[in-house]
Design a protein around this ligand. Structure first.
Ligand code: NAP
Length: 259
């Protein structure tokens, strides 16, 4: 399917690895020029070099912390006039509900709620003025069904979801389409880190931790960054113009809900 976005320009936050990289690769595959970001310059440059070699698009990199004002300012300056924004950042640490203090919540809110909102506020007005734009926020399955050990994620991402629910319906008339993608478990470094926590807590091997988690997923496997990226690229495509303010779950059926 031709996604109809060849020649557009996208900024994909937190995209040297994992789901963000999957989105950057899928958008580049659709002919979109990409601005990629992560804190670590080495992995970022390696990912950008691979995309340049594979796809005929321009790739700009900005090594910066997207959760800081200064980092976002550098990304926005390099991005220029972008048509597509993919919001992403690292996820908060696991723990139990009594564990977290104000500072822990502020960090989680900064990364998983306020940073994406700041990017939206900076980039969406120009999209509206041009009459076309796409915003995809990478959130989590935890928005639909809370994950007990990820209370910081449950809280911060739900705040972003509420903001997007209201905002998406105010910008759609100007051609800016905003939605959220909710990953369940995907085979990335983040999943390895979470499984590592289970391994230590339960005194089991990594294979056992992974097998236990796989058994809870109707699809009986972890998702891939490639299929996640393809869904993101579709939400950024011309065909997604009537999908407004939705929360699309990519979890292999793990969330047991009728709608
Ligand atoms: P990942 O494999 O650990 O990759 C994270 C990427 O984000 C890396 O490129 C990392 O590079 C970059 N990054 C992290 N913090 C950043 C920051 N402050 N500024 C700029 N870049 C940053 O994680 P993932 O699995 O792709 O997950 C992406 C998001 O989806 C996370 O919020 C995660 O919690 C959420 N999620 C993931 C899953 C899953 O199963 N994978 C499930 C539900 C939700 P640097 O470290 O070099 O900055």
């Amino acid at each position: 399917m031709d996604l109809g976005i060849k020649g557009k320009r996208a900024v994909i936050c937190a995209s040297s690895k994992g789901l963000g990289l999957g989105c950057a690769r899928a958008l580049a595959g659709a002919g979109v020029d990409v601005v990629m970001n992560a804190r670590g310059a080495d992995a970022l440059e390696a990912a950008a070099t691979a995309i340049r070699a594979e796809f005929d698009v321009s790739v700009t990199t900005v090594a910066a912390d997207i959760t800081s004002d200064a980092g976002r300012a550098r990304v926005i300056a390099a991005a220029g006039a972008v048509d597509i924004l993919v919001n992403n950042a690292g996820g908060p640490p696991p723990g139990l509900w009594q564990d977290w203090d104000r500072d822990d919540f502020i960090k989680a809110l900064d990364a998983n709620m306020l940073a994406p909102i700041a990017m939206i506020k900076q980039l969406v007005p120009a999209m509206m003025a041009r009459g076309w734009g796409r915003v995809v926020n990478i959130t989590s399955q935890s928005v639909k069904a809370p994950i007990p050990q990820l209370g910081l994620s449950n809280a911060a991402r739900t705040g972003l979801t509420g903001y997007v629910a209201g905002t998406s319906r105010q910008v759609a008339e100007k051609g800016v389409i905003m939605n959220n993608l909710l990953p369940g478990i995907h085979d990335t470094d983040r999943a390895t880190a979470l499984d590592g926590g289970v391994m230590e807590r339960e005194g089991i091997t990594m294979e056992e931790a992974r097998a236990r988690r796989t058994a809870t997923i109707p699809a009986r496997r972890y998702g891939t960054a490639e299929e996640f990226g393809a869904t993101c690229a579709f939400l950024c495509s011309q065909h997604a113009g009537f999908i407004v303010g939705q929360n699309i779950l990519l979890d292999g059926g793990a969330t047991n809900a009728t709608i």
